[in-house]
Every structure is written in C-alpha cells, then in structure tokens.
Design a protein around this ligand. Sequence first.
Ligand code: KG4
Ligand code: ZN
Length: 342
Amino acid sequence: MKILGIETSCDETAASVVEDGTKLLSNIIASQIDIHAQYGGVVPEIAARSHIEVMLPVVEKALTEAKTNWDNIDAIAVTQGPGLVGSLLIGVLTASTLAHLKNKPLIPINHVEAHVYANFLNEPAPLFPLLALIVSGGHTQLALFQDHENYELLGQTQDDAAGEAFDKVAKVIGLGYPGGPSVARAAEQGSDTAFVYTKPKTANPLDFSFSGLKTGVLRETQKLVGGDYTMLSSQIPALLSDNQRADIAASFQKTVVTILCDHLLAAYKQYRPRSVVIAGGVAANQELRRVLKLRLPVEITYAPISLCTDNAAMIASCAFYQRDRGVDLRKSPIQPMPVLSM
Ligand code: KG4
Ligand code: ZN
C-alpha cells in the first residue's frame, strides 16, 4: 500500500511516498529556514505564504522521485495538527482537494504521534510496548505505546518545549535560528561545567518544565555581562565573547540532556518497555544520543537526522497504521477537515 504524506505544520513544506509504513520511496522537504532566519524565528504569515508557493511542486517531486503516479497511490495522509493554523490550512486544503480530484481516501494525522513513526522507517521496527520520548520545537512528551494508536501519556512539558528552550537560549546568546543545531555546534567548543543551571521540579516526576531553565540562562548571562537585570535580551549578544557563548551553550545543553535522560531512565525503570525510541527535532542532538547510550541499559532507537526534524515520511508511515481512519470524500462537497492548532 503506497501512501502520499503531506506535512506543513510549521516551516517545512514536505511530501513523501511510503510503502506499507516502512519503505521510504521519496522524502521531499522544502525548508523555509533561510527565510525565517533573518527574523530569528518562524513568522507564521510568511510560513503560510511560502507553503502555498511550493506545495504542489513538492508533491509532484515526491511522486516523481518515488517513480510512481497517482494511479498507484492508495491514500493521501496529511498533518491535521497541532501546528501553526495558517500553515496547517495549506496542507489540509491541498490534501483534501487532491483526495477529491484523484478519488483517494484522506487520512488525518496527529503530528506529534507521527514523530514516533520516523522510527518505523528503519528496519527492524521497534517492538511494543514502546516507550517514546518526543522532543520537538512545540512538544516534549513521554508516551508508552502498547500498540499502534494505543498509548498513554506518562509526562509532558508544563510550559516550554525542549526545542523551544534551545531556540530561545540561542537567541539570548546571539546564535542563529534554528537554535538546536547552533547551540549544539557552539557547545562543542565550550565547557559544560562553566555554569550550573538549576533543574526544575514538577509534581509528576515524569513531567517536564523548561521555562525556568531558559530564564535561569538569561539571568546568569545578564550577570556575566555586567549585572544589569533590566537589560534587554537583544543587547546581550554583542557583549559576549565566543568563549562565553560556547560555555553557556555547553552548560545549557548538558542540563537539558541530563533532564531528558533522567526522565527517560525513570520511565524505563517504571514500565520496562521492549523498546525505547526518541523522536522529534531534539532527537537529532548528538550529545543526547551519546549520553542516552551511556545511561540507558537498553539500546535506543532513533531515526536519521533528516527524519527527526519535520518531514512527511513520518506522516505517511503513521497513516499506514491508522489507515482504517481514512475518510472517503468522494460523495461530499469539497470541504477541508478542521485543522487542530497547538
Ligand atoms: O520536530 P521539529 O522539526 O519541529 C516541531 O515539530 O517542532 O523540531 C524542531 C526543533 C527546534 O526547536 C530545533 O531547535 C530543534 O528541534 N533541534 C535541535 C537539533 N536540531 C533541531 N535541538 C537540539 N539539537 C539539535 N541538533
Ligand atoms: Zn515536528
């Protein structure tokens, strides 16, 4: 069964063809990073407009690269949410219209759930019960999957997501967007013991909280550049040396990695799953992978970096396992499904 996946929840316009949930036939991603980098973050209106411009060529390219055509596509899957409303709308409208025109069932997919399915594009597939740490720019969750579509949320962030904390700290110390890769790069040159940031406590020990850590980094950095706590964060980068930037990046990254590892290890000990996967943009972090390998008594499954960050292959893979939820639009008037925002 070949599924065309479409993903536009944030700033990547993506389409992919996946066979039987596991075989990646094409994976096209048009990134808007260069456009948003000049603003230091994603500008929702610009993201939506950029999706419109490249959506159809990206779909065409996904079919061509998969050496297939519409006759051989069995269903269309699309990210229904969560995400930026304007961005989601472009993908959902495109997918709904194509499903009508090409007579295909339409499968709505939850973006956060789909991140886990990047790990099903690897052979062998991870076994159930499966413990997943989903760490992206919008979400930080620990989930225990007994089977496809049957999962329990063990913990989640009470405020910022892990990726969001990377992005915000990067901005404070004057590193580029997206923050995750630029903080990780700077951290390679720094000392991870230069600063000690407080780890948050949550009522549920498997929940997360990153906003205090982000503020902690801001305060420590203000102290470092003169102790003026009313200083605007936009004034800080010019006062930092490259060494200080690297030390802050390394110490911050170490704190986040420790928090994520502590939580994953605690959940592993409590639930003893048959496999453990990490997913989402922050799962691309090499330090996280290195420390998890040292600390967890089982092998961790993670996808190649291009499948950790947003892509449509994970949408198409997830849809294969949720194909019974496909909606037949043939008899209904063209009307997109509602989008689900953050
Ligand atoms: O999953 P994703 O592509 O989009 C969302 O669903 O949010 O995740 C994007 C997030 C961004 O916050 C980005 O800074 C972070 O993932 N990220 C990383 C790395 N690569 C991307 N964080 C830490 N280390 C990385 N190497
Ligand atoms: Zn994502």
